[in-house]
Every structure is written in structure tokens, then in C-alpha cells.
Design a protein around this ligand. Structure first.
Ligand SMILES: [Mg+2]
Length: 231
């Protein structure tokens, strides 16, 4: 029986199909951003990140963009998966509107919700560590295809704690939880992330979904029902 008390998990490729981001969220942003900016660019929550994006474009290209051109730049940044705080904020606002209108539903693999419930019943605490912003994480689980799963999670971490392939990020998470790393189990599809978590002293299991590149250094589970909690 796992003596630890905390299970930390990745989203894309672990709880959720990687395709959800590339085939659903990114195209949704591309389809809506022009209308969204036209309707809401004057709202403070949109105007401020737009100004930051404009500043970056000015520094990089020396050009002031029209609203229409800015929308095009944000789509290009999305396609390049650029990690710019202004892009994250505007994407978050576009997706929030989509989730709240029922146009978007967060993908979660069907094996995940019952196991999360079981772990909670065993007294485990659950948390998310994903490169998507905390807001995007909460939206995905609040409006998931299985309903609101946010009550399952005690904590959400994004790259504000550091990059996912650096051991220091996992030390930061353990510190913030006030737990020893070896009482935490980290689940991810990406070996580089599992290596970093293991280096920080966490237990690791690779979740191998369709399309995942399987490594050899970590225990493996094909879905959440196959996860055997470590000793
Ligand atoms: Mg992943």
C-alpha cells in the first residue's frame, strides 16, 4: 500500500487526450478570436493582455498591429504553442466563454473519474501539474464530458512553479504542499517529466495512452484502472 498521501498528475496524454488540445481547443480559439476581439477588446481583462502582446510585437517587429492583425498574430502564436502570458490570458478568456456557453466540453478518458473517486475515498489528495494555465485546467475539469470534476482536486500547478522537465519544479510543488517528495506519486505520459519528478524524489508511473512513447525507467499503466499504487 502506498504510504504516501498525494497523487499529482499531468493532463494532456494522462487524464486527457493530447488531441483535445490540438483538435478542439486550438481550432476553437482560431475560429473565435476575431469576433471575440471585435466584441470584447475594450474590456479591461482583454485590453491589458492585448497591450502586452502589442508591446512584444513592437519589440520584435517594430510594427503596431490593428485589432484584426493582432488576432492573426495570436493565432500564429497558438499554432507555434508559444508560452506568452498575454496569449495564455486571451486563450483562457476565449475558452471560458466557450465552456460557459456549452460549446466546449473538456475531454477526460472514461477510466479517470471512477479512479479519482476511489483514491479520494482512500484518503488521497489529488493535484494537477500541467503546462496549461491553472485557469485552463480548472475550466477543462469543471466542464468535462463527465461533469464537474473540480471537487476531486486539492491543488493546481502550472509552469509558474517551473518547467515540467526540471527537478526543481517538483521540489517547489512538494514544498508548496509541505510534503516530502517521496510521499507524492506523479503520473505523466512524458518520460522527461517523470525523470525530473523522480530526480526530485517522487514516485512515478508512466501512463501509456494510444500514441504515447513508452520509456523503460518508470512503472507503466495503460489507463487509470491499471495503476498500482507503489509500496
Ligand atoms: Mg502530458
Amino acid at each position: 500500500m502506498f504510504k504516501g498521501q498525494y497523487i499529482l498528475m499531468d493532463i494532456e496524454g494522462t487524464t486527457t487526450s493530447v488531441a483535445f488540445v490540438y483538435d478542439t481547443l486550438f481550432p476553437f480559439f482560431k475560429d473565435r478570436i476575431h469576433d471575440f476581439l471585435r466584441d470584447r477588446a475594450s474590456l479591461l481583462s482583454v485590453a491589458e493582455p492585448l497591450r502586452l502582446a502589442q508591446n512584444t510585437l513592437w519589440e520584435e517587429a517594430g510594427v503596431v498591429f490593428t485589432l484584426e492583425e493582432l488576432a492573426g498574430q495570436l493565432v500564429a502564436w497558438t499554432a507555434a504553442d508559444r508560452k506568452h502570458p498575454a496569449l495564455k490570458a486571451i486563450q483562457g478568456a476565449v475558452w471560458r466563454a466557450g465552456y460557459e456557453n456549452g460549446l466546449l466540453k473538456g475531454h477526460v478518458y472514461e477510466d479517470v473519474p471512477p479512479i479519482l473517486t476511489r483514491w479520494k475515498a482512500l484518503g488521497m489528495q489529488l493535484g494537477i501539474y500541467s503546462s496549461g494555465s491553472v485557469e485552463a485546467q480548472q475550466l477543462l475539469f469543471k466542464y468535462s464530458i463527465f461533469g464537474d470534476l473540480t471537487p476531486c482536486f486539492s491543488n493546481h500547478f502550472d509552469t509558474a512553479v517551473g518547467p515540467k522537465r526540471e527537478a526543481n519544479s517538483y521540489q517547489n510543488i512538494a514544498e508548496s504542499l509541505q510534503l516530502l517528495p517521496d510521499t507524492i506519486l506523479f503520473l505523466s505520459d512524458v518520460v522527461g517529466e517523470l525523470d525530473a519528478a523522480a530526480m526530485a524524489g517522487m514516485h512515478t508511473i508512466q501512463v501509456v495512452r494510444p500514441g504515447t512513447v513508452e520509456g523503460s525507467r518508470h512503472a507503466v499503466a495503460n489507463d487509470f484502472t491499471a495503476i498500482i499504487l507503489p509500496d
